[in-house]
Design a protein around this ligand. Structure first.
Ligand SMILES: *[C@@H]1O[C@H](CO)[C@@H](O)[C@H](O)[C@H]1NC(C)=O
Ligand SMILES: CC(=O)N[C@H]1CO[C@H](CO)[C@@H](O)[C@@H]1O
Ligand SMILES: [Cu+2]
Length: 165
């Protein structure tokens, strides 16, 4: 019966806020994938010493020149600042952590990634044979915001996570 209790979303005008934990428990983005629509916001909560870089499906662990990069963890005030991006299309977005061999070891995730064809598992599998991850020179495509700034942005909507922290 508990399974029937769904989290609430504030989606009407402001878009949903999705939260992704980056390396909270090992080399994973949690959730690994999410579904979002234009107007939504994705908040990456970074844990030491991870980052998030947007890539391309065809070249895992290499950055997308037009994509986002959180900058290094050292710029986040020990994770207090979250990296916030705007979702601007329904197209699939693939991303990875460029620290050391994290991407090669499976630290990848995505937004609106298909469940057949160019899946997150296929991206992850291809990442395993990459020699070196690419890290952009500086933060781009998003903002580092503290918790109150994030709350103000998203109309105080909550993520889909069932566990409050
Ligand atoms: C995301 O949208 C907000 C609100 O419109 C805007 O202030 C911010 O600059 C946008 N961020 C990016 C990276 O475009
Ligand atoms: C859109 C909205 O209601 N934003 C509010 C979110 O919460 C902060 C802090 O309480 C308010 O200042 C915002 O107005
Ligand atoms: Cu990492």
């Amino acid at each position: 019966m508990l399974r029937s209790i769904l989290p609430f979303f504030v989606t009407a005008a402001l878009g949903a806020v999705h939260t992704v934990e980056v390396g909270e428990s090992g080399l994973v983005f949690e959730p690994q994938t999410l579904t979002a629509v234009p107007g939504d916001i994705v908040v990456f909560e970074l844990y030491p010493s991870h980052n998030v870089v947007q890539g391309n499906y065809g070249s895992p662990c290499q950055s997308n020149d037009n994509g986002f990069y959180s900058g290094p963890f050292s710029n986040t005030n020990n994770g207090a600042k979250r990296f916030v991006i705007n979702v601007t299309s329904n197209d699939p977005v693939y991303y990875y952590c460029s620290v050391q061999k994290h991407c090669e070891n499976g630290m990848v995730g995505g937004i609106n990634v298909p469940t057949s064809g160019q899946t997150i598992d296929a991206y992850k599998q291809a990442a395993a044979s990459v020699q070196q991850s690419q890290t952009p020179s500086q933060l781009r495509g998003g903002q580092l915001l503290d918790e109150s700034q994030v709350a103000a942005l998203g109309g105080n909507a909550t993520s889909s996570s069932a566990s409050a922290s």
